[in-house]
Structure formats: structure tokens, C-alpha cells
Ligand binder design. Structure first.
Ligand code: ADE
Ligand code: ZN
Length: 337
């Protein structure tokens, strides 16, 4: 990638719409929190933990990701984790982020729901970066568990803007969560779901038809179904693509083989995101830099990806426009838009 394009991509204002806050726990912070809380880790050192970050698929990652999250016990732990991520996001010129969190990972260990939500929310309130929260249900657990989780979160309804669906995809289709998404919809929450990461395009269709989601997280397998691709493009359903994650979890063999450009060429609203930045080799700018280094992308793509990140956000229209105006002013010198 040429030096000027790299500089532009790095410094342009952007939003991040797909990142799991538990996936921002760096090994150093995992060890510091383990020590603070007296939690025994199955790894002798920071280096040994980092060496375990070689994944064959989504499940091999999730096993380590849930083990890492076991050090989070106190409200302050959630604050510290979130503050560390927001500092990294600010350094990457992220203006707005919609943060996923997995309450079931914590409440199952006896952590009160209020401590999870308050710790994450307090760090968001203290940050210069605009940040909102999306509560994700773990799809390997039952729908009853998800319904109980939503009810337990209702006292904190004003602290999160939406719900999502994550964890092991294959064998846990969106239909399994029809009732809990219907309930979330009644409550006026925004709706998203992981679909078409490892799972088939049919999961993308049922996330739209059964869950009524407004964005698809990942969705890279949509291109296997031409009619569905045309539909997702026509309905302007955004895909929150996570390139480094896709390579680390072997969805694609290498970045040169990633279908990001084909997705854009098919007229889809594509965004770039970090997913689990501590585990997959970098924060959002590392994701932009990896795709720009490996695929034939230019200045117009950079602008489109950043603009999509704001357009596809759940910000009020006036806030979207404010950030898009900032983006346009940034790009005005470079003859795009
Ligand atoms: N939880 C954290 N990261 C995830 C991913 N990439 N897919 C599904 N669930 C996740
Ligand atoms: Zn994800």
C-alpha cells in the first residue's frame, strides 16, 4: 500500500460496529486481573497465553476467549477493560463505537448483571469516544437462558441500545432465538446477529426473516447465494466484516483471498471492524491496513468504508451527519466523495 493511502486510512474518522469487549482483553491485562482477583489461570505466563492464540476455527478461539474472560469479577474490572479498549479506539481515530458484551459469560460465574453493565457503561461515559452497548446472547445456550438474561438486564435498559447473537454458530440457527428477539423488538431495542461467518447463507436469510435484524455481523458467506446477495444489497443491510478475525479463524486462508472487495463490488454496505482485537492481531486500524495491503483497494474504497461505518451505525441521524461532514472535510483535499 502506498504511504499516502496508509496515512489517510489510519487517520480518517471512522466508526466501529463489531467488537466484543471481552475480546479486547490483552494477555497482560488478563494476568493483572487474575492476580488482583486471585484467579488461577491455566497458563504459566503472558507469553504462554499469547502462544495459545493459534486457532483452527471459531470454537477453538471461543474456548480460550471464555477462559480469558474468567478473570473479570468486579465492576472495576469491566471498567478497566473497557477504558483500555476505548483508548486504543481513540488512537485509531474511532469517533463512535457500538460495543458488544456477553453478560451470560459473567452472570453464570455469579457476577451481578449490574456490575457488568455499570462497569462497561461508566468507562464509555468517561471516554471522549462516543460509545453505545449491545447485549449479546450466547447461541450455544438455550433460548430460555437468553430470555432470562434479557429480563435480568431490564433494570439497566437505558444503558444498552440493542441485542445481538454470538458464540458457536453452526448448529445454532437464528430461529432458535425467535422469541427473545421478538421480545427485544417489542422493547424498542436495535437488533443484530452474527450470521454467515462459519454458518451457511441460510442463517443470514433467517436472521433477516425470523429475527428481523438490522445488520448482519460478518455475513461474508452471503456471496454463495446470488439472490440473497441481491436482496441484502437492495435492502441496504450492512455487513460488519472483520478481516483479521476471518483469517485467524480460517474462514479465509489468507488476506489476499478475503472476499471484501467482491462484497463491495456486489453493492453491499460493507464495514471494517476488529471483532476480538486482542486475539486476532490488532485493533480496527490494523484491520484496515491488512486489507489495504493485500487487496487492490484505493482512496474511494477508504472513503466508502468509513462512510458506511457511520451510515450503518445506530446513531441518531444528526450525529451520523456530523461525523460524515467531518469525514467529507477530511477527504476534501484528496478529490474523492
Ligand atoms: N464471540 C466473540 N467473537 C466471536 C465471533 N467472531 N463469532 C462468534 N462469537 C464470537
Ligand atoms: Zn463477532
Amino acid at each position: 500500500m502506498n504511504v499516502q493511502l496508509q496515512h489517510i486510512v489510519r487517520n480518517m474518522p471512522k466508526a466501529e460496529l463489531h467488537m466484543h469487549i471481552e475480546g479486547s482483553l490483552e494477555p497482560e491485562l488478563i494476568f493483572a486481573l487474575a492476580q488482583r482477583n486471585g484467579v488461577q489461570l491455566p497458563y504459566p505466563s503472558v507469553e504462554a497465553l499469547r502462544e495459545a492464540y493459534a486457532f483452527q476455527d471459531l470454537q477453538s478461539f471461543l474456548d480460550i476467549y471464555y477462559a480469558g474472560a474468567s478473570v473479570l469479577l468486579k465492576e472495576q474490572d469491566f471498567y478497566d477493560m473497557t477504558a483500555a479498549y476505548l483508548d486504543r479506539a481513540k488512537a485509531d481515530h474511532v469517533r463512535h463505537t457500538e460495543i458488544f458484551f456477553d453478560p451470560q459469560t459473567h452472570t453464570a460465574r455469579g457476577v451481578p448483571m449490574g456490575d457488568v453493565i455499570h462497569g462497561i457503561h461508566r468507562a464509555c461515559a468517561d471516554s471522549e469516544v462516543s460509545a453505545t452497548l449491545i447485549l449479546c446472547f450466547l447461541r450455544h445456550l438455550s433460548e430460555e437462558d437468553a430470555l432470562a438474561t434479557l429480563e435480568a438486564a431490564l433494570p439497566y435498559r437505558d444503558r444498552f441500545i440493542g441485542v445481538g447473537l454470538d458464540s458457536s454458530e453452526v448448529g445454532h440457527p437464528p430461529e432458535k432465538f425467535a422469541r427473545v428477539f421478538a421480545r427485544a423488538r417489542e422493547l424498542g431495542l436495535h437488533l443484530v446477529a452474527h450470521a454467515g461467518e462459519e454458518g451457511p447463507p441460510a442463517y443470514i436469510a433467517s436472521a433477516l426473516d425470523v429475527l428481523h435484524v438490522e445488520r448482519i455481523d460478518h455475513g461474508v458467506r452471503v456471496l454463495e447465494d446470488a439472490a440473497l446477495t441481491r436482496r441484502v444489497a437492495a435492502e441496504k443491510i450492512a455487513l460488519t466484516v472483520c478481516p483479521l478475525s476471518n483469517v485467524k479463524l480460517c474462514v479465509f486462508d489468507d488476506m489476499g483471498g478475503h472476499n471484501l472487495l467482491q462484497l463491495m463490488d456486489a453493492g453491499l454496505v460493507v464495514t471494517i471492524n476488529s471483532d476480538d482485537p486482542a486475539y486476532f492481531g490488532g485493533y480496527v486500524n490494523a484491520n484496515y491496513e491488512a486489507v489495504f495491503a493485500s487487496l487492490p483497494l484505493g482512496l474511494q474504497h477508504a472513503y466508502d468504508l468509513a462512510k458506511n461505518s457511520f451510515t450503518a451505525s445506530f446513531l441518531p441521524q444528526a450525529d451520523k451527519q456530523k461525523f460524515i461532514d467531518e469525514l467529507d472535510a477530511y477527504f476534501a483535499a484528496f478529490n474523492v466523495v
